[in-house]
Ligand binder design. Structure first.
Ligand SMILES: Cc1cc2nc3c(=O)[nH]c(=O)nc-3n(C[C@H](O)[C@H](O)[C@H](O)COP(=O)(O)OP(=O)(O)OC[C@H]3O[C@@H](n4cnc5c(N)ncnc54)[C@H](O)[C@@H]3O)c2cc1C
Length: 319
């Protein structure tokens, strides 16, 4: 038995992993198996999106943690012996992947941003950032399945295909977990999800005071975008919530347009915007590192540049 397995936590992640997984399965001439958690009636949809088989994870009681699925996934993997197993690198995805890898006694490449299959050996070369994004590490897993967690937006979501057939199978209910959740409290959400924004206006320590965030908000609003920041703005100054900062220890984003305002462009920040389609920066220091990775740069004082830029954009966009 063999196969490429994927596990995403939601629809979007599943479509992205199906895209990456499909290519690997075709190269290995094997089946693509999607593990799916949700309404069973929706499971066949993933066949249309490229899966050859969908394994439905049964619903679990609210007090059971996500990791309750580990024993049944491990059991299935032992029987089916997949070649490759890709898991979305969400908080829960990373936890469950590590537990599965440990039980299967296999290796796990974490947060892999590139996958290249050697067709002769079947070895998966996994690329991952290290030293704060200053270097790329290539790892191979010498055991099976070759497991990797994959950050969001590493792959484009796959498109629906016509005329596909495949199997849907429900897995057995997991055994009662040794851990039980006593209470769930939703985290107070103060900001939108910047990983989904098409336009991001990102502020850095070039801003002098919290009230000046308004400048960035106005620009973001004019462009129909969201506001984001560097780590010091969220973690040291607490002007924006933690989920608003981009970078190595923050969010990885993939907007069509990123505008960095008063940001020096340290690698720990820019590693989070490397997939942005267009990068613009405003900085008064012409030698600021951010200009080296920018498609467009404006050297100037943000307090002069941003209000003028916003006013001009409003004029153009209102036409
Ligand atoms: C382990 C580790 C992990 C990290 N992870 C992250 C991370 O995930 N994300 C992150 O962002 N950082 C991270 N950092 C911090 C990172 O190294 C930088 O310190 C941080 O990104 C700098 O933020 P900044 O660009 O806002 O500030 P600064 O580096 O202080 O830059 C401010 C910039 O504003 C410009 N400026 C000042 N006034 C004006 C003005 N009036 N008009 C125009 N420009 C002006 C200055 O020229 C300067 O370039 C991490 C650091 C470490 C050690």
């Amino acid at each position: 038995m063999a196969g490429v397995w994927i596990l995403g936590e939601n629809h979007e992640q599943t479509l992205e992993l199906l895209n990456g997984g499909r290519k690997l399965a075709d190269q290995l001439d094997t089946k693509l198996v999607a593990l799916f958690r949700g309404v069973q009636e929706l499971a066949p949809e993933y066949i249309d999106y490229g899966a050859d088989e969908v394994l439905v994870l049964p619903p679990i009681a609210p007090e059971q943690p996500f990791s309750s699925y580990v024993p049944i996934i491990v059991e299935e993997a032992r029987q089916e012996d997949p070649d490759i197993f890709l898991v979305a690198a969400t908080t829960r995805g990373k936890e469950i992947a590590a537990r599965i890898a440990a039980r299967l006694n296999t290796g796990l490449g974490s947060e892999c941003t590139g996958l290249i299959l050697d067709p002769d050996s079947g070895k998966l070369h996994m690329k991952r950032m290290m030293f704060g994004g200053a270097a790329v590490q290539k790892v191979v897993c010498t055991t099976r399945p070759q497991m990797a967690t994959i950050p969001l937006h590493t792959f484009e979501p796959t498109a629906r295909l016509e005329g596909r057939t495949g199997q849907v199978r429900e897995l057995a209910a997991p055994p009662a977990s040794a851990v039980s959740i006593i209470e769930r409290k939703p985290r107070e959400k103060e900001s939108s999800n910047i990983t989904e924004a098409r336009v991001l206006v990102c502020v850095g320590r070039g801003l002098q005071k919290e009230a000046d965030l308004e400048l960035a908000r106005e620009l973001a609003e004019a462009l129909g975008g969201e506001i984001a920041c560097t780590r010091p703005i969220a973690e040291e100054l607490h002007w924006l919530p933690e989920e608003s900062y981009i970078g190595l220890s923050g969010q990885h984003v993939k907007p069509d347009l990123y505008i960095g305002i008063g940001i020096s462009g340290q690698i720990q920040h820019t590693v989070g915007i490397r997939d942005a389609k267009v990068i613009c920066a405003v900085n008064r220091d012409e030698k600021a590192a951010i200009f080296q990775i920018s498609d467009y740069g404006i050297t100037g004082d943000l307090y002069e540049v941003i209000p003028r830029l916003t006013a001009e954009l409003k004029k153009v966009l209102q036409k």
